[in-house]
Design a protein around this ligand. Sequence first.
Ligand SMILES: C[S@@+](CC[C@H](N)C(=O)[O-])C[C@H]1O[C@@H](n2cnc3c(N)ncnc32)[C@H](O)[C@@H]1O
Length: 184
Amino acid sequence: MITKLKTSLAFTKNLFVTGAIYETSKKAEIEICKYIPKGDHKIIIEFGMGYGNITREILKNIAPTSKVYAFEVKKSFCEHVRKNINDDRLIIVNDGAENIKNHVKENVDGVIGSIPFSFFSKEKGNKIIQDAYDKLVNNAYYSQVLYTKFNFKKFQKIFINHCTIKAIKNIPTEYIYHCRKVQE
Ligand SMILES: C[S@@+](CC[C@H](N)C(=O)[O-])C[C@H]1O[C@@H](n2cnc3c(N)ncnc32)[C@H](O)[C@@H]1O
């Protein structure tokens, strides 16, 4: 409870960067990880690690030989996770999701995002989705949690309509976009 309160205070203090007051709910954490590949040697990307709640769920779902690159712009959040999650599979990147191509050279088997698209310019949002799409292998998913459906169209455009949306009824409602890269 105290930890949740501390996280909430840190999020609120940085509202224009976090875009949220609370961490994503447990239900949403589980739903967003639905399509994470469980096989060996997979590369997963997380956008917007925060205090690492979804990161933990990702690590629970992947094989011992897989890796997670977790992007987070707030240095203090990166330091918090570095102290609290001790897992060799986790690579913390203190940089924006828009710079994925500078940090990840491998092909990517899954992207999990909780970054606040509503706070980004159209250009920045589109670049993040397009670069993630380019890095993904065929049939892999980009799953994103947001508090609104407004950004769904941007994803639909780039993932050529291979997107679904799942609402998790909380206050506020959380929407999970699941987008699959499909190349003929
Ligand atoms: C809504 S919080 C989500 C945190 C946590 N993953 C969760 O689900 O509760 C969004 C996070 O994205 C981070 N963030 C904002 N812009 C970002 C960007 N361009 N690239 C990477 N992280 C970003 C914020 O600092 C914040 O930690």
